[in-house]
Design a protein around this ligand. Structure first.
Ligand code: ADP
Length: 635
């Protein structure tokens, strides 16, 4: 039959180059990756047969086999699982579809040195291709369940691979690694050594629920040429069903790496055994890093669902709310039908109960992390805080629990994030509200004119810079009876401050400005619904604020981005009567008949307020012209 040669996709080629010249010291993990793929293939076949028992496949003895040949220096990893079709081999093995891997390659290009590269490999993992760390040629023979003909794929990892149809392929997939020459100085890395394989399987793949058998040659025992009985290398114990004190942290971590497709350790391991009428076990993991696609829509997430130890589905979203989509793990239920579908799960009463219980369990684990290990909690919140806050909007039942574990950057933080509870505890006498500011970045909120008076008076303000902050602050409204108030909304009356001006003086000032304020309000009618004197400014001439129940500009943009129609809302322009520019404008207003020049200045003042909060001038060219014109006159 004809053999066709294909080129690897560019990314795949880069990745292979990296594996061939691998700088990664822990090469043993290639076996974990291949065993993990084999195990997935067995899960898939059992499930396919369960769904359709006419499928022409033998599921009576599903297993993984490792076979070594010292003479030929090969190691074969074989499974009798679901296999791949000719086209699938090209798609799955010849290209890289995984967005995480693309990200990995991007970061790798930026990492200049070998140590950086090694760190990255350790973080991302590269699945099947990791075989090229130890082999200079890899051959894969596979036959998809239900199909007659198989496929042979072969490559030396150097830019091309070949595909060929074969007639005599057994069910499933076998991967033959033609191992690199043995290093006489480093016997530890001889992957034809049986004890080496035993050790790797025990360390990385013991929990795999399918038998991993060693067949053929055995050290010492097999020297006389007789094939020994296959030996099962793994215990196959489902970790989630075992009491926690019988399982080592390392074992949990290896399970996490298998199901989470992550090469790093998890941040937290959470176990739950629910007894009673609806029994189930759960083993959940919080990763130590947020995935790159956490905020992309329609990404796959969710737990693995087992029923009585039988794998049923990946990415089961129904088991946790969307704001916990970063949690990985396994749920094994006793009394669900093996034929359960995603649609049924969404409506199932038991699944909803499980979701509630698992959610509470995850939140209470975060709570304990907060008290037991501040550093771990800080990592957790840095990676996942922005996702968790979505729950403040979408899950009112757990709002209190979420608020209890949330923390925020603050003007008073001393480097540490503050909880709402702590904020309220240290609120000075006379302050009734919890103040916050929202904005795009730490820099914009730090320098916002809205902060001036608060800063001057030493009032603590929470600095909120995630997009979701705009939404949850509105939805939540208050904490322990204290209102959550944006420093950019409504009238701010900081009574707690000592005002050095008497009431009379203030009244006089208001009268003196009445004409200018009214005139400006008319001039700026398109964008502004009111112009008033400010109590929040000390250094800036002007700022924009919203009414307490108006949408903020960021929120308006968010709704528009989601395709909703939002009327353009006009805001309030506040002027700083102590600023020389504002004073001067007021005097000029009183003196001059012809106000066309002043109208431009009024417009500039408004645009400056827009720019100060990170917005864009409506007509940037005009803004530049007016500004340049005025600057010229200062020369
Ligand atoms: P990952 O396992 O992270 O998806 P891999 O490069 O290891 O990435 O594998 C790519 C895909 O190839 C797998 O998702 C799977 O669909 C397929 N595959 C790999 N090994 C096997 C196997 N032994 N049997 C069936 N399919 C496999």
């Amino acid at each position: 039959m004809s053999t066709e040669t294909f080129e690897f996709q560019v990314e795949a080629r880069q990745l292979l180059q990296l594996m061939i010249h691998s700088v990664y010291s822990n090469k043993d993990v290639f076996l974990r990756e291949l065993v993990s793929n084999a195990s997935d293939a067995l899960d898939k076949l059992r499930l396919a047969k369960l769904r359709d028992d006419t499928l022409d496949a033998d599921v009576s003895d599903l297993h993984i086999e490792l076979e070594t040949d010292r003479e030929a220096r090969t190691l074969t990893v074989r499974d009798n699982g679901v296999g791949m079709s000719y086209d699938e081999v090209g798609e799955l093995i010849g290209t890289i579809a995984n967005s995480g891997t693309a990200q990995f390659l991007k970061e790798l290009k930026e990492a200049q040195d070998a140590a950086g590269a090694e760190g990255l490999i350790g973080q991302f993992g590269v699945g099947f291709y990791s075989g090229f760390m130890v082999a200079d040629e890899v051959t894969l023979v596979t036959r998809k369940a239900g199909e007659k003909q198989g496929t042979r794929w072969s490559s030396r990892g150097e830019g091309t691979y070949t595909l060929e149809r074969v007639d005599d392929a057994p069910q499933g997939t076998s991967v033959v690694l033609h191992l690199k020459p043995a290093d006489p100085d480093n016997q530890l890395h001889d992957y034809t050594s049986v004890w080496k394989l035993r050790e790797i399987v025990k360390r990385y793949s013991d929990f795999i629920t399918w038998p991993i058998r060693l067949v053929g040659e055995k050290d010492g025992e097999g020297d006389d040429g007789e094939a020994a009985e296959p030996e099962t290398l793994n215990s196959m114990k489902a970790l989630w069903a075992r009491p926690r004190d019988e399982v080592s942290e390392d074992e949990y971590h290896e399970l996490y790496k298998h199901i989470g497709h992550d090469w790093r350790e998890p941040l937290e391991t959470i176990q739950l055994h629910a007894e009673g009428t609806f029994e189930y076990q759960a083993l959940l993991f919080v990763p130590s890093h947020a995935p790159h696609d956490l905020f992309r829509q329609n990404t796959r997430h969710g737990l693995q669902l087992y029923v009585k130890r039988v794998f049923i589905m990946d990415d089961c979203e129904a088991l946790l709310p969307s704001y916990l989509r970063f949690v990985k793990g396994v749920v094994d239920a006793q009394d669900l039908s093996l034929n359960v579908s995603r649609e049924i799960l969404q409506q199932d009463r038991h699944i909803r109960m499980m979701q509630r219980r698992l959610t509470k369990k995850v939140l209470s684990s975060v709570k304990s992390m907060m008290t037991a290990d501040a550093e771990k909690y800080a990592t957790f919140w840095r990676e996942f805080g922005a996702v968790l806050k979505e729950g403040l909007v979408t899950d009112p039942d757990n709002r209190d629990a979420l608020l209890a574990v949330a923390s925020f950057a603050s003007t008073h933080e001393d480097g540490e994030a503050v909880t709402l509870k702590r904020y309220v505890e240290r609120m000075p006498e006379g302050q009734d509200d919890i103040y916050y500011i929202t904005g795009e970045s730490r820099e914009t909120v730090d320098n916002s004119p809205h902060m001036e008076a608060f800063r001057e008076r030493g009032i603590e303000v929470l600095l909120l810079t995630d997009p979701v902050d705009e939404v949850w602050t509105d939805a939540v409204g208050e904490f322990e009876g204290k209102r959550l108030r944006s420093v950019a909304k409504g009238e701010i009356d900081l009574d707690a401050r000592e005002d050095d001006r008497s009431e009379d003086e203030q009244k006089q000032q208001a009268e003196a400005y009445a004409g200018l304020l009214g005139w400006m309000r008319e001039r700026l009618d398109d964008d502004v619904k009111e112009v008033r004197l400010s109590t929040r400014l000390t250094r800036s001439p002007a700022c924009l604020v919203a009414d307490a129940d108006d949408l903020t500009p960021a929120l308006e943009n968010m709704y528009r981005a989601m395709g909703q129609e939002v009327p353009h809302s006009r805001r309030i322009l506040e002027l700083n009567p102590d600023h020389a520019l504002v004073k001067g404008l007021n005097e000029a207003y009183a003196e001059r008949e012809d106000r066309s020049e002043l109208a431009d200045t009024a417009e500039l003042l408004y645009t400056l307020a827009v720019v100060a909060e990170g917005g864009r001038p409506k007509d940037p060219a005009r803004f530049v012209r007016l500004t340049a014109d005025r600057l010229e006159r200062t020369l």
